[in-house]
Design a protein around this ligand. Sequence first.
Ligand code: NAD
Length: 396
Amino acid sequence: MIIQPKTRGFICTTAHPEGCARQVRRQVEYVKSQPKVSGPRNVLVIGASTGYGLASRIVSSFAAGANTIGVYFDKAAEGSRTASAGWYNSAAFERAAEEAGVKSFSVVGDAFSDEIKEKTIELIRREFGKVDLVVYSVASPRRTHPKTGETFASVIKPIGPAYTNKTVNFHNGEVSSVTVEPATEDEIRQTVAVMGGEDWQMWIDALQQAEVLAEGATTVAYDYIGPEITHAVYREGTIGRAKDDLEATALRLREQLSATGGRAYVSVNKALVTQSSSAIPVVPLYISALYKVMKEKGIHEGCIEQMYRLFSERLFVQGETSVDDKGRIRIDDREMRADVQAEVAKIWEELSTENIDELSDIAGYRREFFQLFGFETDGVDYEADVDPNVDIPHLR
Ligand code: NAD
């Protein structure tokens, strides 16, 4: 079939297998061109099919030479529907891993469930014995609690007064004002239940109890802080509460794992175009301004550059991993540089529909958004007939 992008707001309901494969290969090539990392041998990545999780998996295999298991929630093609981008990405990743002689397995299903945890543990036991790195990179709008059966929905809302700021429709470049009403107590509770640390803790507990977590293992989950502009809706809003909970979980896990020489961290990553971040009001406009400034300064990074730096300069170095005063790894250091933030703030004041192309990198944002789904990728013939049915070689 001929596959074209079909968008509904910030969602693209189609994905292109060849485009996704090329995007994965580009990331693999980047990592292969960098010095090797002496790090983990057997890695579990939860939330492994797109964004930061996929990049972590690629760095694990192609910089450290590690075997990986990826857990993710993606769908195969069916009838006239294409597979999701994460499906095509994972198929391409597994083919590349096979060529490189590293093992990779996929578990597709709900990471929040007991069933998927049990299935993954069985797979680790059978194929690796133990894992020595666990990356937690799930971003989800919903979670069903495995013990109580309650289904929680996360919201992105401020806490306290309503929040008004600029936002953009990145499809047509229209800048407008958006007001987000404050969250209720129950919405805060539900967002923490979805995006906080409880499920990460449950994974580590389950892996430890099953004795498939190696002594001295490392675990890391991903965090965000960002600029003043987005604080009310992000860091000081519902999702920020969930990130506070994630940070508290990291401290607890550090205590828990230190008995066997293990380590637990959150890594504060940079703002990037992913399926999750495009759903947050205000953030796509901030990212467009940030990309402009960071590209001009020659310090722009995508997921793969961020994750390579996380592994090679923070997690797997000789000596101590450097952290901030709250024990967090900061790989958002370039985003948060004072000169970068000052320029973004200046642009922000002036941004409007009329000057958005000139003042921000909205074109880059839009292109990266479509690239997440395998579109707007050089070398792909989008008029050609392509088979949407792609197998994941080691799906378990
Ligand atoms: P993403 O949407 O690209 O990836 C999310 C992953 O989670 C996918 O692999 C998806 O399949 C998986 N997933 C979702 N629900 C699942 C479920 N129920 N079971 C199994 N897998 C499931 O997201 P991302 O932007 O890479 O975010 C990953 C983490 O990084 C999040 O914690 C996010 O807050 C954090 N982060 C993101 C940014 C950013 O700008 N994108 C910045 C800093 C930190």
